[in-house]
Ligand binder design. Sequence first.
Ligand SMILES: Nc1ncnc2c1ncn2[C@@H]1O[C@H](COP(=O)(O)OP(=O)(O)OP(=O)(O)O)[C@@H](O)[C@H]1O
Length: 284
Amino acid sequence: MAEAEVVAQGAAQPAKGAQAMERVWPVSAEEPQASPVGTPTVIVDDLHIVYKVYGAASEAEKGNAVNALLRLVKRQGRPQMKEIHAVKGVSFVARHGDAIGIIGRNGSGKSTLLRAIAGLLPPHKGAVYTDGQPSLLGVNAALMKELTGERNIVLGCYAMGMTPSEVRAQYDDIVDFSGIGEFVQFPMSTYSSGMGARLRFAIASAKTHDVLLIDEALATGDREFKRKSQERIMQMRKSAGTVFLVAHNLDVIEETCNRVIWLHKGKVKMDGDPTEVIAAYNKA
Ligand SMILES: Nc1ncnc2c1ncn2[C@@H]1O[C@H](COP(=O)(O)OP(=O)(O)OP(=O)(O)O)[C@@H](O)[C@H]1O
């Protein structure tokens, strides 16, 4: 991911792969301005995502070190194109106020699904409809390492569409929440990975998102930070946004989410109550 992609990807521009959702619920004269809890925010309809990888070895050459060396040294053979079908026909509806945990083994398609909802990957087949702007907060969503924390906060907030006065109002809270203290004046290249992750989460969560997608961002923080971030995710749910959370730590998912989707080899294996889905996943 490019260094300049700041904090919450997709926050500043319209999503590419995702489509704005058509209204599918009834409109009445007394309808409140704020979206009521339970209205759909994301509809994923028979979604397929396929990566095309160039330069992959053919089946016959797989695992053959001599061939691999020959290809490198003599530049033999034309680059092969291989397709990786990462998400295979996933469908579900997410609603306002939902915090949805996505679980599954390594390579099951969790991050790919989040990136597709954020509109960063075009569907090979099927569609993603979103009501509101999805924002992806990932471990790889890089701030600019050569800039200080201070400048990254300002840039990150602008990238999320905040105004200068909103940035001023939120600045102290972001620094406090991140817990990076005086390091805010140092370049981010001097931060530990945990400090960087905390700052990213603090910046991204300073704004109310329609749909916030969090990819393993809580994995690197310490216990205290995890507690604070979980509280903040709960607050975001209350402000009627929708939060998706990918994490390998199932305790975090169970404590934070009201629903869990278990992906297995790119397909939904189970979707429902966190305790039930996690119990089934642990038995598998
Ligand atoms: N940029 C990419 N190019 C090609 N293939 C990719 C790319 N990203 C992921 N894949 C492949 O897509 C499949 C799903 O990967 P993905 O990262 O979505 O899984 P994941 O469940 O998030 O895994 P993990 O738990 O290890 O983070 C894997 O087979 C992976 O090798």
